[in-house]
Design a protein around this ligand. Structure first.
Ligand code: ATP
Ligand code: SF4
Ligand code: MG
Length: 377
């Protein structure tokens, strides 16, 4: 394997060497430690990993939503060849909600309970995600401008597109009057209202029951195709990652430890953490019992030296504790950050082979990982 980062041609989003930490009275939490990530145009990419591994912090850093201080952020974030971290707030406001849209992790707190769904969606249709009008101009256009009726029509159209039952009635409802699935549809309608190029979705539908969850995923997949979206999807559910994405990043302890096209990752996971995650999926067939990964994600106030996974890794040895492993790749789209794949390694273990992986995890080809089968929390 060569010592290079995997390369995505024609990227829509490119994150390079992202570091995020937080100051607190207890000290400095070094959460995101040099993340590289890219989403190609028209590509659906998932970031998967256990709770607390830094998925939402990465997403918030991309969207410049972290207050600095207490956060400390460094690295480059490019969207369609524009450097987001070098833009003024006014310049970034033209992109947020218009060209780049987000669905947040919690559908309830993402909607304002004091305004009707109609007011919130019509505002998004009329002013874009954040709007560039001053407060007086905003008020004039909102209450007296002729385009208000047009924006309301557009909002209803979008509710129909997300297959909302009785959209007119929903427009006059408050978010608390809607079910979880309906609120999730409202958020999808809001995110796609202004035809963004990139959609970032954080744990979409994971708070919903299984049947509604599957309906939301099917809907999202159809919308991704019909709107020709590039997507960065964040999830702790590997079933979702397998169902929707072209390529997966596996995140652990604030680092991307492996990336590969989806089927390659599931059929031949290389990193011991990826193998552990896949082995921990309960299956209905194949006979192999689900195995957990002992331990938990690292403490960011004092993270482990070297490979952050070493306290939990069955292959850990001296070299793992010394230096951070380099990302190795054997194709343009895949890479793994583990010394077992280092050409010059002096390790007591060989890199796990396909046969080792199969023995450990049972036979994967016959298995279907629907989201119902995956309970990874
Ligand atoms: N504002 C903050 N200040 C200090 N620490 C924070 C802050 N935001 C997040 N963290 C810490 O960063 C770590 C990663 O959090 P993050 O929310 O990114 O996890 P996640 O991967 O999204 O998990 P989940 O699957 O539960 O959503 C956690 O240990 C969290 O406590
Ligand atoms: S670098 Fe070492 S500790 Fe880390 S995953 Fe590889 S073998 Fe395990
Ligand atoms: Mg999260």
């Amino acid at each position: 394997m060569t010592n290079i980062e995997p390369v995505v041609h024609d990227p829509m989003l490119e994150v390079d060497d992202l570091h995020v930490g937080f100051e607190s009275f207890d000290g400095f939490s070094d959460v995101i430690d040099g993340v590289n990530l890219s989403v190609g145009k028209g590509e659906v990419v998932t970031v998967a990993g256990e709770t607390g591994c830094g998925k939402s912090v990465t997403m918030k850093a991309i969207l410049q939503l972290l207050s600095e201080p207490p956060a400390r952020v460094s690295g480059t974030i490019e969207f369609d060849d524009m450097s987001l971290r070098e833009m003024s707030d006014a310049e970034f406001d033209q992109i947020k909600g218009e060209r780049m849209s987000i669905i947040f992790q919690d559908p309830m707190s993402s909607l304002n309970p004091t305004f009707t769904v109609g007011e919130q969606l019509t505002d998004t249709a009329q002013f874009g995600g954040y709007g560039d009008a001053g407060i007086l101009e905003y008020t004039r256009r909102k209450y007296f401008g002729s385009e208000r009726a047009e924006a309301r029509e557009r909002a209803i159209e979008m509710l129909e597109e997300v297959q909302m039952p009785d959209p007119e009635n929903v427009m006059d409802s408050y978010p608390t009057q809607l079910s979880g699935g309906m609120r999730q549809r409202v958020l999808i309608a809001q995110a796609l209202m202004n035809e963004p190029d990139l959609l970032i979705a954080d744990e979409i539908g994971t708070a919903l029951d299984v049947t509604i969850h599957d309906q939301i995923l099917d809907l999202l997949q159809n919308l991704i195709d019909s709107h020709d979206l590039s997507v960065l999807m964040i999830t702790h559910n590997l079933g979702i990652a397998r169902q929707v994405s072209d390529r997966v990043y596996v995140m652990y302890g604030g680092r991307m430890v492996e990336t590969a096209p989806t089927e390659e990752l599931f059929n031949y996971p290389k990193h011991p953490y990826t193998q552990g995650l896949i082995a921990s999926i309960p299956r209905l067939t194949g006979g192999a019992m689900a195995e957990g990964i002992d331990g938990s994600v690292p403490e960011y106030l004092d993270p482990p030296d070297g490979c952050r996974f070493h306290p939990r890794c069955p292959y850990a040895h001296e070299a793992c504790v010394k230096d951070r492993p380099q990302m190795r790749s054997d194709s343009a789209e895949a890479g793994v950050e583990c010394v077992l794949y280092d050409d010059n390694r002096a390790a007591p273990f060989d890199a796990p082979t396909l046969a080792d992986t199969r023995n450990r995890m049972g036979t994967l080809e016959d298995e279907s990982y629907s989201s119902e089968e995956v309970y990874n929390d």
